[in-house]
Ligand binder design. Structure first.
Ligand SMILES: NC(=O)c1ccc[n+]([C@@H]2O[C@H](COP(=O)([O-])OP(=O)(O)OC[C@H]3O[C@@H](n4cnc5c(N)ncnc54)[C@H](OP(=O)(O)O)[C@@H]3O)[C@@H](O)[C@H]2O)c1
Length: 312
């Protein structure tokens, strides 16, 4: 088996290549791994990638699979790909626990009003605030996949009521589950803190917009940790300024990096972070990539294989 590696925008490629080569030598001796550069002969079997160029795909149309070093495949699906090329993504691989801690932090910061206490400390003002009632802060998780399920589980540990929404029906302990277009209005109506962990697909692009966000309970909070394209930022701004939404924590934006001067940087009720809620953990990603390659070599479908027609 001959493999390519390409991660043009990232640093640390030498460390990735060393870790992948060591794991492949142990688990799949004889496999060759080369870093992609333009003009290589089209005789490779698969490529391990993050945000590869269209040129790689155009020059290597025979590749049987692209193994993505992340959970989201929206960037891969934006490329022109031969119909037979399989896409395999990371499933959890150390990202779910990071997502759970990020979301719980944002949720608790909002629920316990830590932003207000930060301001009070700055003013040297001792002022205990009246505690909120937990049952009035149901948390709705959009997307009940590898990451959403872990987040729903983590939030339950703090006794918040939890709702979930997915494309197909799910039955998760302690989670009131909704699905499909028909289930969306009741899910939104029941939610006070909305957590978005949907993939970005043609069906979900712009799904967080005025029409949907208006259905959330009054003074709701939005946490988007999936993709910026899911949220219509202008609609968020209007609903924040009208007071229907109390605030938002956003790890992902329509434009990344977020341009200097963008309103999201300075809005008093918005917290932004630079797409760090769940980062790829090299050691866990390498194990999963090798497992997927072994499945491909045996002619099996790796467990993280993306259904290209549904977009995730
Ligand atoms: N910010 C970051 O650092 C970061 C890091 C990693 C991942 N992410 C993002 O997180 C996303 C989720 O990751 P994951 O591994 O949990 O994905 P996943 O396992 O594929 O789960 C996706 C979930 O979304 C649901 N879904 C998809 N399309 C839907 C639709 N049209 N309507 C309703 N529900 C829909 C799926 O429903 P079914 O269960 O019915 O299929 C599934 O529950 C990724 O796609 C990526 O964009 C962000």
């Amino acid at each position: 088996m001959k493999l390519l590696f390409s991660q043009p925008a990232a640093r640390g490629n030498d460390a990735w290549l060393a870790a992948l080569r060591a794991a492949l030598a142990a688990a799949m001796p004889g496999v060759q791994l080369d870093e992609w550069r333009p003009g290589l002969p089209p005789d490779y079997d698969a490529a391990i990638v993050w945000a590869p160029s269209q040129q790689l795909v155009d020059e290597q149309p025979q590749l049987k699979a692209l193994l993505n070093l992340g959970a989201g495949v929206d960037k891969l699906l934006a490329l022109r790909l031969p119909p037979t090329m399989a896409l395999v993504r990371l499933e959890d691989a150390g990202m779910a626990v990071q997502m759970a801690e990020y979301v719980c932090h944002a949720l608790i910061r909002f629920f316990r009003e830590f932003a207000a206490y930060d301001r009070q400390q700055h003013e040297q003002r001792w002022h205990p605030r009246r505690p909120h009632v937990r049952s009035e802060f149901p948390v709705g998780v959009m997307g009940l996949g590898a990451l959403g399920q872990r987040v729903a589980q983590a939030v339950q540990q703090f006794d918040f009521p939890v709702l979930g929404w997915s494309r197909t029906p799910h039955d998760l302990p302690g989670v009131q589950c909704f699905h499909g277009d028909g289930g969306l209005p009741d899910f939104l109506k029941g939610t006070r803190v909305l957590v978005c962990l949907l993939p970005l697909t043609p069906a979900t692009r712009g799904i967080l917009n005025r029409q949907t966000l208006e259905q959330l309970q009054l003074a709701s909070y939005v946490i988007n940790v999936a993709r910026g394209g899911l949220l219509v930022e202008d609609d968020l701004q209007q609903l924040l300024d009208e007071g229907h939404l109390a605030g938002a924590t956003l790890d992902v934006m329509q434009d990344e990096p977020l341009p200097p001067g963008h309103w999201l940087w300075t809005h008093p009720h918005v917290t932004v972070t630079p797409h760090i809620s769940a980062q790829t953990v090299r050691s866990e990603a390498v194990v999963q990539v090798v497992r997927s390659l072994q499945a491909l070599q045996r002619g099996e479908t790796p467990s993280g294989q993306v259904q290209r027609d549904r977009g995730y």
